[in-house]
Write a protein of this length. Structure first.
Length: 266
């Protein structure tokens, strides 16, 4: 890829704020399809890296150049932020944009228009590895169908991950109660919809990072004992507001640990 093509790849990050604003259950499907159409030419060039006449070494060099240009563009955007709070918010948005739009778009384009799965994975892995070096944030490539499926199933991402990690059934009482609480009491509160949207913005990234830890079951057990089990007990006694406060405390702790301070790097 020449400099013009690499600049076009880097410019994809300038769409982050717009796309993250559309990363919601009711708008994600249309937004993602629009994203594919708008960026067809760039995605085609990325897909061609592993499908052209380049030697394996030349393909690796191209992947490295793509990963570098994205990381450098992100560093440029972060450096322009006026203060730490704005930088932290921008980093969060860039991370979420990468895992909900750019990386899934690379996967989707390759599957739709052809290309070897292992070659596509080499590109997304190179991007994620370079991102980790620059920002100490370990993002991971998912695919559009998985993300869309999570929205359509109205998943409680963190609670679902904890229940699955502790080998509880998908229809376990605790998960059912938390979903009913979200769709009933919480949604009816003045700021309930905003809280739910914020949760959907950050929870998928948090869950992915927990899964990448050496012993995610330890974190699942901690979240179960300190938060989820207690939330369910509060709901059983109709203490809805207390449950809301406790769940917000859990999400604040997870946000600080996995999205701000980046304590977990594996």
């Amino acid at each position: 890829m020449d400099k013009i093509a690499l600049d076009q790849v880097a410019a994809l990050l300038e769409q982050a704020d717009l796309r993250i604003a559309e990363f919601k259950r009711d708008t994600y499907e249309e937004s993602f399809q629009k994203y594919l159409d708008l960026n067809d030419a760039v995605l085609r060039q990325l897909n061609a890296i592993g499908a052209g006449e380049l030697s394996p070494d030349e393909q690796d060099q191209e992947r490295t150049r793509v990963a570098d240009c994205l990381a450098l563009k992100a560093e440029e955007l972060l450096a322009a932020a006026k203060n730490r709070t704005k930088r932290e918010k921008m980093q969060l948005n860039l991370n979420l944009y990468m895992v909900s739009y750019l990386l899934p778009a690379i996967v989707e384009y390759q599957r739709k228009y052809g290309g070897r799965e292992d070659e596509r994975k080499k590109l997304t892995t190179a991007i994620c590895d370079r991102w980790a070096v620059s920002f100490k944030n370990h993002i991971q490539a998912s695919d559009y169908e998985s993300i869309k499926g999570g929205f359509k199933q109205k998943l409680c991402f963190v609670t679902t991950a904890v229940c699955q990690g502790l080998h509880k059934p998908q229809d376990c009482r605790e998960l059912t109660m938390m979903k009913q609480y979200r769709d009933g009491y919480l949604l009816s509160q003045e700021n309930g919809e905003a809280l739910i949207h914020e949760y959907y913005d950050i929870a998928p990234t948090i869950v992915k990072r927990i899964a990448r830890e050496a012993s995610p079951e330890e974190k699942y057990l901690y979240l179960w004992n300190h938060y989820i089990k207690k939330c369910v007990a509060l709901l059983e006694h109709n203490q809805n507001e207390q449950c809301k406060d406790l769940y917000e405390a859990m999400m604040t702790e997870l946000r600080e640990e996995y999205l701000v301070t980046n304590q977990h790097k594996n």
